[in-house]
Design a protein around this ligand. Sequence first.
Ligand code: MN
Length: 727
Amino acid sequence: MVYTIEMLTDRIKSGEKQYDLEKIQAAYEFAEKSHRGQVRTSGEPYISHPVAVAYILLEMCMDTDTLCAALLHDVVEDTGVELDTIRRKFGEDVALMVDGVTKIGQVPLNTKEEQQAENIRKILMAMSKDIRVIIIKSADRLHNMRTLACRPPEKQRKTSLETMSFYAPIAHRLGMYDIKEEMEDLALYYLDPYGYKEVQNALAARKDKGESFIDTIKRRIAERITDIQPPPVIEGRVKSIYSIYKKVYVKGKNFEEIYDIYAVRVIVHSIIECYNVLGVIHDMFRPIPYRFKDYIATPKPNRYQSLHTTVIGREGVPFEVQIRTVEMHNTAQYGIAAHWKYKAGINKKVAGEKRFDWIRQILDQQQEADDVEQIAEAVKVDLAQDEVYVFTPKGDVITLPVGSTVIDFAYSIHTQVGNRMTGAKVGGRMATFDYQLKMGDIVEIMTTNSPNYGPNRHWMDIAKTNEAKAKIRAWFKRECRGENIERGKTAFEAEMKRSSIPLDEEFIKQIAKRQHFDNVDDFYAAIGYGGVMLSKVMQKAKDDYLKMQKPAEDLTAAMDGTEISRTISDAIARKQSSGVIVDGIDGCEVRFAKCCNPLPGDDITGFVTRGFGVSVHKADCKNVLEQKNNPANAERWINVKWASGTTATYEATLDIVAQDRTALAADITLAIASSRIPIHELIAHHLKNGNANITLTVEISGVEQLKNIIVKLNKIDGVVSVERAGK
Ligand code: MN
């Protein structure tokens, strides 16, 4: 049948729903002009196809814009009209729908595996941001299936496979059962002509018997019901060929054992009537146990509602009865599309109604559990938000995390594709390496066979997947040892400098060994290609370096090889000058303030000097107390603390007052020497009151030791007072 614009407009005029006929006419004229000269394989002018698609959508009561988009749906793809032109002439909505239909038409449909099919269905759904795009595409596909006879056999097979794998399941999921069944029957016709014929023949053989059977049932039901309520519409039908085919060929059932070849539908006016009819039917015929389903109380996720029951008539033939209201019947026929039936045909925007969220919400609901066969086949549209599905030029689906780039894509195809990638095209256009892939992108990777080519180090920062990163790293590890060593060494040395750790060859060997490398070059190489994180290495290096400041004996035990440990203890000796840790700064220059001579155990504070690093004072030093509140220096005070376990020693000066006597200085010297404390200086003054004042400078490890000395000195005969200098 060739559809014409007159058929379309006549049908619009005879219907109840209001349409913007002028706009539809304009869309037709624009499409007709654009397609003029093009013919279909059947020889008909091309425009008959978009008109037919619009007609199918009109039968589903879709709105004006949908019909316009249907008329224009092949214009951009096939005639080179710009989308902007359509936007200007027919508005944003129509343009977006045309664009959507064009785009999902370009998704390569690869029917190889069920898993792939599932992903592709998700892509199709996700790309149809306006659900009307999918509805138009379904009508488009249905018309192509209806006119498939003119196409060459391999095209028939390919199109039918696609329909079976993608479009029929989507129509099913959206509740567009009429379209789904027609698509399946047509596809089966091309995919298994013999099976199709066999079912058809078996049905034909029963045709007369079947028809009279259905008629009898219809009449009997009508008689009984009319007694109690307004007369319903009763339809009788034979189930679709494909649904019977599945039972015979997939489930291996004998044609005779199939229930539900025949079905009767009772369409009433209210829900109460539905249950009344059910009661009557169960009274008239024997119900088959477990075949009753109440989709009125529990609608299917796609809003399908009906009562289903299978009963056995007097003849012993089982048949299914579906009972529903008129409104439910519309939904059952058109599914999601029924949503537009009661909307004005002339576009009035309803906030959010054409948003994809709306459809998503329906699709996200749990599938009912009692319909096992259907669930198995249903499109499960759980659009994973964290994944993106893209295609190879051959149509294989590649699943990648959101944010993945063409680099990730290349490496997910094959390591060699990644390593040899020189560039990438997305949708036929050159893309940058950091291009983030979008749902449905078709990605082509360009490669080179040049022997010296390889990935760029920079790619590791661009790649999103660990797989790609690991493969890039592996390449650098293998291919660029010399360069890696150089890079690694430079980076490592820079970090060591930054941490003020001297570049001691033996110490670096130790670090490498700790990281399980046989030699320093391997260690550098690993840093260079990214196999070892420099930040982690540096953390350990710093820890080791701090440990080196512990007594040498400990280190000897910790390290093996006396040669090395001696070198390290030399390093310790050089570094032991302070024993103070300055907050946030490693190996910083530290001086002890002469005014207070702080000792380990004292509360201390640091002052950042101009030129001498940090000067350390006792927290209660009078200079500190005076200066602490000077706003000019506020930012120069810094937290410092004593490093634990150091062997550092400090100078402390004591002021001793004693009654002057012979051998006083000797007694003091002796007391201190017995504690094995070196004396740096001892100055004695004779005072006029007969006392002596002795200033004593000793080398000690901290406050504790100093206290012990003070106790000892106080016990010496004639000592009046012992005080730490510089208070
Ligand atoms: Mn088309």
